[in-house]
Write a protein that binds this ligand. Structure first.
Ligand code: UDP
Length: 214
């Protein structure tokens, strides 16, 4: 009997919306505002999960669904707009660090190599392990703390400048990774400080080589 190809869905912690449960386990159904500014992405990813599971039920498709939490590392795009790349680029250029809101909102940042290890473990796992499975680093950090860490590690003279918090910005987000630990034996290995050091090194070379460094 021919077997279908395994198909991987890169889903997201955004399916949990602005969560009311912390940390978020896979069984949590989320708190998404369907008409909010982030909804197109959030609901789009939720719909994709729905389709994956319909195909799994109806056609026995070999699915693997991962809910990816905030990930960072070398090779991010400098204008990507996400917090780690923004703060590092700003710090290296001596530009103001754009802190949205009061910076007390939290995220849990996973280093890219750890995430990829999780993907590989899931793809190699037996077919009954479909997910959805959370992959992320459960160490929660506030955005203000992240700004301080990056300013300290780069030795930057950049000052923090406050900007309005975007509408619908989740207050707190942190993965419950008990399932990934149990079924995949996976746990992220890279401490935020070490991952940031590698990411800062990457951006320093990238910006330096374009004559953009402060
Ligand atoms: N953020 C910030 N300054 C920036 C970019 C982002 O303070 O220059 C904040 C943003 O409001 C959010 C957090 O950092 O609370 C993470 O933002 P990101 O876009 O990286 O990820 P997401 O919100 O999708 O988790």
């Amino acid at each position: 009997m021919s077997r279908s190809t395994k198909i991987f869905q890169a889903s997201t912690s955004e399916v949990y919306g602005d969560p009311t449960l912390h940390p978020q386990p896979e069984a949590y159904r989320g708190n998404v505002n369907p008409i909010g500014p982030r909804a197109c992405y959030d609901e789009g990813k939720r719909c994709a999960e729905t389709l994956f599971f319909d195909y799994f039920r109806q056609h026995n498709l070999r699915i693997r669904v991962v809910r990816i939490f905030n990930t960072y590392g070398p090779r991010m795009h400098p204008n990507d707009g996400r917090v780690v790349s923004n703060f590092i680029v700003q710090a290296l250029q001596g530009a103001p660090i754009t802190l949205y809101g009061d910076g007390s909102q939290t995220r849990a940042f996973c280093y890219v190599d750890d995430l990829v290890d999780g993907f590989l473990a899931l793809m190699a796992a037996p077919d009954d392990i479909t997910g959805p499975i959370n992959l992320g680093n459960p160490v929660e950090t506030s955005v203000a703390e992240l700004a301080d860490m990056i300013i300290g590690m780069t030795g930057s003279r950049s000052k923090i400048t406050r900007r309005p918090l975007p509408v619908g910005d989740p207050v707190q987000r942190c993965p419950d990774i008990a399932e990934a630990e149990r079924v995949l034996g996976w746990h992220p290995k890279t401490a935020l400080k070490d991952g940031l050091a590698r990411t800062i090194h990457y951006f320093d070379k990238l910006l330096g080589s374009h004559g953009m460094s402060a």
